[in-house]
Design a protein around this ligand. Structure first.
Ligand code: SAM
Length: 245
């Protein structure tokens, strides 16, 4: 059986290792590259995700594929001392950068750090009020399995938010964005992070990722209900939300 790593066809067993190499390589420069590549707009995308998540004091939140913890940092303030936020990621390098950043920001007792694969989340059924996966699902090998795993550990009434690159709605924007991603991104990756290949993978993996409607269907197949999505920045990114009833 095969799957895709960017545009390359690879054995299913191979993808996770290739993805791991990418994030070990970029971890130290991840935050600065995010700001550069998105012109800071990823902050806005994340803010909208937080608004739609509706976290309240006392909530239990999972930020899976949470990486360097941007969402976790904000959630930890929103849920307060009676709440709990789990920052989970498969990659130890990303998790370490995230933990250092959160501690530097004075985040305290309500955050836990867990190394875990989104396909097999090590939590009991019905644990979380909110689960977020931001720019993570694209990198997961078996996305249907990951969505089912998230659905399982949501509490009834809990919500899953998937923030991910998607399909630009306007063909002109789409062309400009292609030029940017395939010409400029790898060059920026080379200059700033000394790594063009990881940023080529980024551009390719975005093109291979299911579009808005397909992802909504996958969430429904995983048992989520009232699935809806919002295009952000013309569909360059989409925020999907589903509820476990
Ligand atoms: N959520 C953060 C953000 O929005 O800035 C980080 C996103 S980063 C582009 C993608 C993250 O997904 C990486 O930290 C990577 O290690 C993680 N990841 C990839 N495959 C994963 C998997 N199967 N399970 C959990 N995390 C995974």
């Amino acid at each position: 059986r095969t799957t895709h790593f960017g545009y390359q066809e690879v054995a299913v067993e191979e993808k996770a290792g290739r993805v791991a190499d990418v994030f070990h390589s970029v971890a130290a420069k991840y935050d600065v590259m995010n700001d550069l590549m998105s012109f800071g707009v990823h902050r806005l995308w994340k803010r909208i995700t937080l608004e739609r998540a509706g976290a309240r004091p006392g909530h239990t939140v999972l930020d899976i594929a949470g990486g360097t913890g941007d969402l976790t940092l904000k959630f930890s303030r929103l849920v307060g001392p009676r709440g709990r936020v789990v920052l989970a990621d498969i990659n130890a390098s990303m998790l370490n950068v995230g933990r250092d950043k959160l501690i530097d920001n004075g985040v305290g007792g309500n955050v836990e750090y867990v190394q875990a694969n989104a396909e097999a989340l090590p939590f009991p059924d019905n644990t979380f009020d909110i689960i977020t996966i931001a720019f993570g699902l694209r990198n997961v090998t078996d996305q249907a399995k990951a969505l089912r795993s998230m659905q399982r550990i949501l509490k009834p009434g809990g919500r899953l938010l998937v923030l991910e690159f998607s399909k630009p709605v306007n063909p002109l924007l789409s062309t400009a964005y292609d030029q940017y991603s395939f010409r400029l991104l790898p060059k920026m990756g080379e200059l700033v992070a000394g790594d063009a290949d990881s940023y080529r993978y980024l551009a390719e993996s975005i093109r291979m990722h299911p579009d808005q409607k397909t992802l909504a269907g996958m969430m429904e197949d995983a048992g989520l209900e009232r699935v809806e999505y919002t295009n952000l920045t013309g569909g360059i990114v989409a925020l999907h939300r589903g509820i476990k009833l």
